[in-house]
Write a protein that binds this ligand. Structure first.
Ligand code: ZN
Length: 436
C-alpha cells in the first residue's frame, strides 16, 4: 500500500512517552560522565513479562566524583553493583535513579567500569509500556521493546539524556532455543547452549542513543538477503512472523533495496553500511526506527520508507531535545515524499497527495514545528501529526523550493556529513545556522 497508517505510526512512536515526558531532556545527575560502552547480558523468555540482566558500562569521568547515577525504573530490583570485583553500595531512588557510591572519588578524564545486575517485571500497565511480552495473532509469543523517548529505563539501566550516545554495544541474550532475537548492529553469533537455551550475540560499533536500542524475540521466519548500493553491500535481515511470510511481504521487503538506493542518491550513503539494515516484527501500531533494525507492525511501503529515512534523520542525526522532534519526524516524512515522487506515484497522484497534506496542515490555524517547553507535557503536541510530521516535511519542501532540487539535496548530504552533527545530536538552531 502507498497509504501509510499515519495514526498507527504516530501511535507507535509516542507510545512509551506519556509516563515520563515531563522528565528533563538532560538529567543533571548524569552530567559527570560520558557513557562510552555498554554490554547487556539478558536472560529472557517471550512468554514471560520479566527481565533479568546485567549491564556493564565503561564510562569516562568528566569531573572528580565519588558518585555516579544510572537511570532505572524503581519497580525493578538491583541485586548487585560490581566494581573491580567488589560490591559497591547504592541507593535506588524513587526518581528512577540508582545512586552508586565509589570507594573513593574517581578522577576527571579517567575511564572506568562497573556492572549492575537486576531483575523484575517491567511496567506493562496501560498502553505505555516499553517492554511487552505478548502474543501474535497466530498465538505465538513475542517480546518487543520500544523506548522512545524515555522508556529505556523501564527495562535496562542507562543514561537517557539527549547529549550522550553510546559508542559501542555488545548485546547478549539468552532465550529458550526455539526463538530468534533481533537487535541493533551486526549478528555475531547464535549458539545453542545445550540446556534448551540459545545465546544470541549482536554488536554495534555506531554511536546510538539509549532510546534507539531495542530487542524483538519471537519464532520469527528469517528473510535474509544482501543490499547492494553505490558500490557496497551489506546484510539485509528481516525477522517476520511466520504468518506474514507472504509474496506481498517479500515484494515489499525487496522494494526496500530500491528505496535504499533512492535515499543514498538524495541523502548520502546509508549510515550503518558496516553493519546491516533490517526489520523485526512487533505488535505496536506502525513502526519504530531502531538503528539498523526497524520494528514494524507490517510491511507497507510508506511505512518502510518512513522508518528507513529515519536511519539518516533521527538515528545518525538525532534531535538534541524533544522540542526538536520535527528534525526526526518532519525529515522522515519528507523521506516518504521522496519515494512517493520518485518511485511510487505518478506526477498527478503525487500532486494530489501534497494537496491533501496542505489541506491537513492548514485545517487548523497556526502552530509551530518546534515544540515549546509548554508543549512537552502534551504527547499529542510533541508527536502532532499535523505539525511535527506533515508541516515539518513542508518546511523542507519550502527550503527545496527556495534552493532548487540540486542545491537542496546537496545541502541535505552536507548536513548529514557535517562532523558536528554526524552520529551526534542536532537542534533547530543548528539546522538553521547550517542553512544560513
Ligand atoms: Zn517517524
Amino acid at each position: 500500500s502507498n497509504n501509510i497508517d499515519r495514526k498507527g505510526l504516530i501511535d507507535s512512536e509516542k507510545r512509551s512517552a506519556s509516563r515520563s515526558i515531563l522528565d528533563f531532556n538532560v538529567n543533571p545527575n548524569t552530567l559527570n560522565y560520558d557513557l562510552q560502552y555498554v554490554r547487556l547480558e539478558f536472560d529472557l523468555d517471550p512468554t514471560q513479562q520479566f527481565v533479568s540482566g546485567t549491564m556493564t558500562s565503561h564510562f569516562k569521568m568528566l569531573a572528580n566524583s565519588a558518585n555516579i547515577y544510572f537511570e532505572l525504573a524503581k519497580n525493578l530490583t538491583v541485586s548487585t553493583v560490581k566494581y573491580h570485583g567488589q560490591n559497591l553500595t547504592f541507593e535506588h531512588l524513587t526518581s528512577d535513579e540508582i545512586k552508586i557510591n565509589f570507594p573513593a572519588a574517581l578522577t576527571a578524564q579517567t575511564t572506568d567500569s562497573l556492572s549492575i545486575t537486576y531483575s523484575g517485571v517491567p511496567d506493562s500497565t496501560g498502553a505505555f509500556a516499553s517492554f511487552e511480552a505478548d502474543t501474535t495473532d497466530d498465538g505465538d509469543p513475542v517480546l518487543a521493546t520500544l523506548s522512545e523517548p524515555y522508556g529505556a529505563k523501564g527495562w535496562w539501566p542507562t543514561k537517557q539524556s539527549m547529549n550522550d550516545k553510546i559508542e559501542k554495544m555488545d548485546i547478549k541474550v539468552t532465550t529458550p532455543a526455539e526463538y530468534t532475537v533481533g537487535s541493533n548492529g551486526k549478528l555475531m553469533s547464535e549458539t545453542i547452549l545445550g540446556n534448551g537455551k540459545k545465546l544470541t550475540y549482536w554488536q554495534t560499533n555506531y554511536p546510538i542513543p539509549a532510546y534507539l536500542f531495542a530487542l524483538g524475540i519471537s519464532n520469527y521466519t528469517k528473510i535474509n538477503s544482501t543490499i547492494t548500493t553505490t558500490g557496497s553491500s551489506f546484510p539485509f535481515l528481516n525477522y517476520v512472523y511466520p504468518g506474514f511470510d507472504t509474496p506481498s511481504t517479500r515484494a515489499s521487503l525487496a522494494w526496500t533495496a530500491t528505496s535504499m538506493q533512492t535515499f543514498e542518491d538524495h541523502f548520502g550513503l546509508y549510515p550503518y553500511r558496516n553493519e546491516k539494515y533490517g526489520h523485526m516484527q512487533f505488535n505496536w501500531g506502525g513502526g519504530m526506527e531502531h538503528a539498523t533494525m526497524t520494528s514494524m507492525v507490517n510491511f507497507g511501503q510508506g511505512l518502510i520508507a518512513h522508518e528507513l529515512a529515519h536511519q539518516w534523520f533521527g538515528d545518525k542525526l538525532t534531535c538534541g531535545a524533544w522540542n526538536d522532534i520535527w528534525l526526526n519526524e518532519g525529515f522522515a516524512t519528507f523521506g516518504e515524499h521522496v519515494t512517493y515522487e520518485k518511485l511510487l506515484m505518478s506526477p498527478s497522484q503525487f500532486q494530489n497527495y501534497l494537496a491533501g497534506q496542505i489541506s491537513d496542515i492548514t485545517s487548523d490555524p497556526g502552530g509551530s514545528v518546534y515544540v515549546p517547553d509548554s508543549g512537552l507535557s502534551n504527547i499529542n503536541r510533541v508527536f502532532d501529526g499535523r505539525l511535527t510530521y506533515a508541516k515539518g516535511a513542508f518546511v523542507l519542501r519550502m527550503i527545496k523550493w527556495k534552493l532548487g532540487d540540486d542545491q537542496f539535496y546537496a545541502m541535505l548530504k552536507a548536513y548529514q556529513n557535517n562532523p558536528a552533527f554526524a552520529y551526534g545530536y542536532v537542534k533547530t538552531p543548528d539546522f538553521r545556522n547550517f542553512l544560513s
